[in-house]
Design a protein around this ligand. Structure first.
Ligand code: DAH
Length: 339
């Protein structure tokens, strides 16, 4: 039995020296130390030994067991560390390899211009207001001094949800909503989407964007309006930009004006972009009509105000020299990448 134990020890040691994987190591462990392992079966046979032999063989068996356990443990540690070294070598990162470039999108030209417009007016102390795109006829027309059958409704034909509800044709109804809620001083801009039943062409779209402006306080004058629009025009179109007001009619302002800026391409000499005029129309404006103030519960004897409304598409087309409005909606990445 002694010999058997010694040969188990030698045999196991020899087998362990040649292993290359944890699985092989496990196989050896089971083969010798497992429930049906060789050492285990020797130990089981000890019952047949004499009382003198038993402690001697027992001690030897325990020594062999500890010896094997130690060897197994050492072999395992070596395997694990070898494996780790191999893995680390395989996983070496070459920090000099150029990174993968992520294709980032770009801000849409309409968003660029809208953000610029917001920046200018926020810088002058304006707040942003919003209103619904599905709007009551009352706010879109009636309260703005455009009663049913008024000819001004003709150029703002729109999509009717029902007799009293429309897709708003302008951002001007937000003026009314704000004035109903808040008493002067009021200083807001309202950016938003508007709708008209227009066919698509190079300068028209049934859906487009406007920014409305409204200032109401004691003693607000046309001079304030002009100064404000000058700051706006210079910020967006360059320091040398001039503005020009032409008398016009809007039912909700009195007096009213259409506002032109000196051509961003030729500076006012006349060119293809301004069709030889030197000026390009960018917005409508005026002093808030006393009737509109009254409709909102603001006393026109005490307060006055100015308002303006500008088209974001038109401004973007000017700012970036885009000659066809449809390009703004086609989402052709080659076009959008340019801005
Ligand atoms: N809402 C007008 C339009 O869509 C633009 C406009 C003109 C707005 C004069 C105003 C204004 O606030 O005072 O044609």
């Amino acid at each position: 039995m002694k010999e058997q134990l010694n040969s188990i020890k030698d045999q196991a040691e020899k087998e362990l020296s040649g292993i290359t994987s944890i699985q092989e190591l496990e196989n050896i462990r089971v083969k010798y130390l497992g429930k049906k392992g060789e050492l285990t079966s020797v130990l089981r046979g000890m019952g047949a030994l004499s009382a003198e032999e038993r402690p001697i063989i027992g001690q030897l068996a325990n020594e062999v067991r500890s010896f094997l356990e130690e060897k197994l443990e050492a072999a395992k540690n070596e395997l694990v560390s070898k494996e780790r070294t191999a893995r680390l070598e395989k996983e070496v990162i070459d920090v000099t390899i150029p990174g993968k470039v992520k294709a980032l999108g770009k801000k849409h030209p309409l968003s660029i211009v809208l953000d610029e417009i917001k920046d200018v007016f926020i810088g002058m102390g304006y707040e942003i207001a919003e209103g619904p795109e599905v709007e009551l006829d009352y706010y879109n027309f009636e309260a703005l001094n455009i009663p049913k059958n008024h000819p001004a409704r003709d150029v703002q034909d729109t999509f009717y949800i029902n007799e009293n509800m429309v897709l708003r044709t302008q951002t001007s109804p937000v003026q009314v909503r704000v004035m109903e809620q808040k008493k002067p001083p009021i200083k807001i801009i309202c950016p938003g989407r508007v709708y008209r039943s227009d066919a698509v062409d190079a300068t028209h779209s049934p859906v487009f964007h406007q920014v409305e402006g409204l200032v109401v306080d004691k003693g607000v004058t046309m001079g304030d309006l002009i100064g404000t629009l000058q700051v706006f025009a210079k910020s967006l179109f360059g320091e040398n930009t001039k503005i020009r007001l032409r008398p016009h009619h809007f039912p909700f302002t009195e007096p009213s004006a259409e506002v032109d800026v000196s051509c961003w391409t030729c500076g006012g000499n006349g060119c293809r972009v301004c069709k030889g005029e030197g000026w390009i129309e960018i917005l409508g404006a005026g002093m808030v009509h006393p009737k509109v103030l009254e409709n909102c519960g603001i006393d026109p004897e005490v307060y006055s105000g100015f308002a303006f409304g500008l088209g974001v598409e038109r401004t973007a087309m000017g700012r970036f020299n885009i000659d066809d409005l449809r390009l703004l909606y086609e989402n052709d990445i080659r076009f959008l990448k340019q801005f």
